[in-house]
Structures are given as C-alpha cells and as structure tokens.
Design a protein around this ligand. Structure first.
Ligand SMILES: C[S@@+](CC[C@H](N)C(=O)[O-])C[C@H]1O[C@@H](n2cnc3c(N)ncnc32)[C@H](O)[C@@H]1O
Length: 492
C-alpha cells in the first residue's frame, strides 16, 4: 500500500482529503463460470499484520508483525493479532479466528463507499468477467482462503490466481484507525476505541495523545454514524456523584443522551450524572430476581436503571440519589417509561434515606406479601453504608412476631484483593457487625481495571442487625466520607 504525496491529512485538526493507492488482490472470473485468478501482491507489514501473521503461523513461526498498538481496548482491533505478554495494551486476548482454528472471516474487500464487484477494463470493458476485490489484510496468496472458500471456488471451476487491482481510496473509504495512523506521528498509539452513550462518544486519551485530541475527535465523529459529540474524560471522577469530568473534542456539545437499556428508555445529561453501559447485564440480573408485588429500596439509584425496570415489572420502588441532577432525571425517566405511579423518588444522602424513609416504611413492608430488596450500587463506598442498618428497627422488644421475611440486600463493592469474594464478605460483615460467611452469595460483576473487580454481595439482613438495641447514630456517618477523591478507575 502506498501513500500518494497528497495523501496525508493536515496535522492541525482540520482534515483535508487524503487518498491512497491500494493494490488490492482481485478475484477475476467470467460472469457465468466464475473462473478466478488469484495472485498475491506484496503486502506492507504495517498495514496488513494479520495476513503476515497468518503466513508466519502456518509456517510454524511466531507472528512477524508488531503486536497490537491499541493502548486500551478490550480485545484486539481489526487487523491485529494480540501477542500475549508483548502487547502494550491491557487486552484480555481473545484468540483470533485463525488461532482458534476457525475459518477466516470475510475475504472480500469491505469498505464504506467501495464496490466489491467491479467491471474489468472499466465501463464497456470485458462483458464476460467481473472482478471481486479482496481484502489485502485477509488475502495474501491463494493459501489465505479457508477450506469452505477453496472448495466453493474449485466447485465453480475458478482457478486460484490473484490479480493486482489499483484502488483509489479517499478519506471516506478509510477506517478511523487508518486515518489516525496516517496523520499521527509514527509510533503514536492509534487509539480510536471509545465508549458510546447515545450520540456521545467518550474517550480516555493519554497525556501524549492530548495534542491531537481535536483531530482524533473529528475522525471518530466522521467515521461513526450517529455520533455527533465526542468528549474526552479526564482522569478524575467526582466521587460524590460519580459523573465524569470531560472536555469537548468535537461536535455539538449536546450532553443530553437518549439511550435504551433492557427495553427501557433513559434520558439524562451525561456530564452531570452517572451512566455506565457496561452495567446493563448486572441491572438485568438483579431485576430478574424480582417478582411483581415485591418492594425495591434503591439507595443509590442514579437515573433509574434498577428502579425503572423494577417498577415496570410490577414492583413498588423507593429510589434515592444524592445528586439533584440524578434525582431530576430519575423522575423524568419514570415518566418516560410510564412507571411514575410505582416509584417514589428521594434526594437524600444514602444514610439519611436508610434511617429516614426506608426505616419509616420497613415495618409495614415486612408484614406485606412481597419480598423486600435493598439495592446499594455505589461500589466505592456502599459497604461502609451497611452500618446504617444496625438496630434500624431495634428496641427493647426486638422483632415483633408479626414481622414477615427480612429484607434481601444487594450491596456492591470494589476489591483489589486476591480473593475479592472473601474481601467484600468480610467488609460487609464488619460494617453490619454480624458475620455473613455462609449466609451470603457473592457475584463477580465485572473486571474494572487490572486487579480490580466489582463485586455484588447479596444476603438476607440478619435479624440480630436489624433488631439490635444498639443502632448507629442517625444522620452522618461517624467518619464523613471525603467530598472528592481521586480515583484511578475512570469507569465507575
Ligand atoms: C455508581 S452510581 C450507580 C447509579 C445506578 N444505580 C446505576 O446502577 O447506574 C452511584 C450513584 O450514587 C449516588 N451517590 C453518591 N454518593 C451518594 C450518597 N452519599 N448518598 C446517596 N447517593 C449517592 C451518585 O450520585 C450516583 O448516582
């Protein structure tokens, strides 16, 4: 692949039209019988690492391409074979199809705005033949075809030969990684990975990428239909409300996102509240535990991803959040999903909510027919809030005989310990003042960072905690939580 002299976009955030000359392998065949010519063009290693790697693996050697360059991604990107122990990224490698012994992926050239089947010799040329353009990153020789493809070609009488075809690509036809690789200084991470919340793409650029932030933002917006706003998260997170601090890289700056999760619609100002698309499975898991008629007490409700679907399932919900913006959008989302009749929303500190509205309602709720679930998703701090349940319904008489089943608590916590399950169980026990071992279940929610897990510990609130005569003082915790704290993890 060769860059034309005018093919480089300018380096100051404005892109001019780059164009590339790409010798793409071509499948050549008569229209009817599909006779095919395949010939391997010389492939430049930097642009087709997969093809090189595959050849090398076939020959029993190690891949010859540089390991993947993405600084942060969950799995190797296109054209990238992750080399365990060599990749600079923290990727949890998934075997490539080739490594897993599967058929290689689609071999025809797939690029936006490029026709895969072209006339031979231009319009009015050879009426007998058509060219099928192949992806040079997948096909380097006839041996690149998988068994199914080879059999199909043989069956159609297509000889295995490759032809060269010169293809002129413009900015429109390039993928974001290719554009960024062309415009960023050599050796620079080509990070085009981002998370998406509605129309907003959010990145987490590293220090050395910041000089190119506007350029990266523009390319991501151009290359991803529906993205009209690109922001960069700064490395700090406001620990009180868990919303990101962010700067606008490209686009209209409209921060009000509209998303769907597990069949529910949500709207919120992404710059003001917490929202994490990676929690959708966890929200679904917990909501699946609920039955119509149950009661949900959501202490750190955010904009409603537990509360709204729980209400839709037929539960009554008390949902609380300290952030006035979360509270506002929670009310909005209840209306949006027509469940406002089942949700009562509060704007209190979690401890005040537990020792206020929750305590007031609990005796009546425990005598009811439905189960009572308490959800506490503030993983950095929630385990510490469990002491608010000590002696919550305590008194000289203890538990009244008429009290029904005790509440089921689902409390989240981060752990960096070798045994995160034991760690969160021990911390929950210490906070409650009662041992939970053997009386709880622990669920791994997700890996948040290297050596950092998000866990959920679920248990029935022990009677000796709820009805003990010695309650934690009402109001503020004994040691006030820091107002702001630095957090290495910017995703929660
Ligand atoms: C990690 S988010 C979880 C939000 C939502 N439950 C979810 O699953 O997406 C934690 C929420 O707790 C709220 N919060 C933080 N500190 C709080 C406190 N002391 N009391 C009540 N809510 C608090 C934040 O505003 C944020 O919305």
């Amino acid at each position: 692949m060769e860059y034309l002299p005018n093919s480089y976009p300018c380096e100051d955030s404005k892109l001019c039209e780059p164009s590339l000359l790409v010798p793409a392998p071509v499948l050549w065949g008569p229209e009817a019988s599909g006779s095919t010519v395949l010939q391997c063009p010389p492939l430049p290693g930097s642009l087709c690492p997969r093809a090189h790697a595959r050849g090398a693996e076939r020959a029993g050697a190690r891949p010859v391409h540089p390991p993947c360059r993405g600084a942060r991604h969950d799995k190797p990107g296109p054209g990238c074979v992750h080399v365990e122990g060599e990749c600079p990224c923290a990727a949890r490698a998934e075997a490539s199809p080739q490594q897993a012994g599967e058929e290689p992926e689609e071999v025809s050239l797939q690029r936006p705005g490029v026709k895969r089947v072209v006339e031979v010799g231009g319009d009015g040329g050879d009426a007998e033949h058509r060219l099928l353009l192949l992806d040079p990153t997948s096909v380097s020789s006839p041996g690149s075809f998988g068994r199914t493809e080879t059999e199909a070609l043989e069956k159609s009488g297509v000889p295995l030969e490759l032809q060269h075809y010169e293809l002129q690509l413009t900015y429109e036809n390039l993928k974001s990684e290719e554009v960024l690789r062309a415009v960023l200084p050599e050796g620079q991470d080509v990070t085009s990975g981002f998370s998406r919340v509605g129309h907003i793409a959010h990145l987490n650029l590293r220090e050395h990428q910041l000089p190119y932030r506007s350029l990266v933002g523009q390319v991501i917006m151009d290359k991803n239909p529906g993205v009209t706003c690109v922001v960069n998260k700064t490395n700090t997170i406001d620990s009180t409300y868990r919303n990101f601090q962010m700067e606008l890289l490209a686009g209209d700056g409209n921060m009000v996102a509209k998303v769907r999760e597990n069949g529910m619609a949500y709207e919120f100002d992404f710059s003001q509240v917490y929202w994490n698309p990676r929690l959708s499975t966890e929200h679904e898991r917990v909501v699946a535990l609920l039955r119509p008629g149950d009661v949900v007490l959501d202490v750190f409700a955010g904009v409603g991803p537990f509360a709204v679907p729980a209400a839709r399932r037929g539960c009554s919900v008390l949902a609380n959040d300290l952030n006035p913006e979360s509270h506002r959008w929670l009310l909005h989302n209840c209306k949006l999903n027509r469940v406002e009749g089942r949700v009562r929303a509060f704007n209190l500190d979690g401890r005040a909510f537990i020792r206020g509205p929750l305590r007031d309602e609990l005796p009546a709720l425990l005598g009811g027919t439905g189960a009572v679930h308490v959800v506490m998703n503030l993983p950095a701090l929630a385990l510490d809030f469990l002491d608010a349940f000590r002696g919550l319904l305590g008194g000289p008489r203890g538990r009244p005989p008429s009290a029904g089943s005790l509440p089921r608590v689902h409390c989240y916590g981060f752990s960096k310990q070798e045994d995160p399950g034991r760690d969160v169980t021990d911390r929950a026990s210490a906070s409650l003042g009662a041992p939970l071992e053997g009386r709880c279940s622990v669920h791994l929610v997700r890996n948040v960072a290297p050596n950092k897990e998000m866990m959920c510990v679920s248990f029935t609130l022990p009677e000796e905690v709820l009805y003990s005569g010695h309650g934690a003082e009402d109001g503020a915790p004994e040691e006030p939580a820091p107002k702001r704290q630095k957090c290495e993890d910017t995703t929660d």
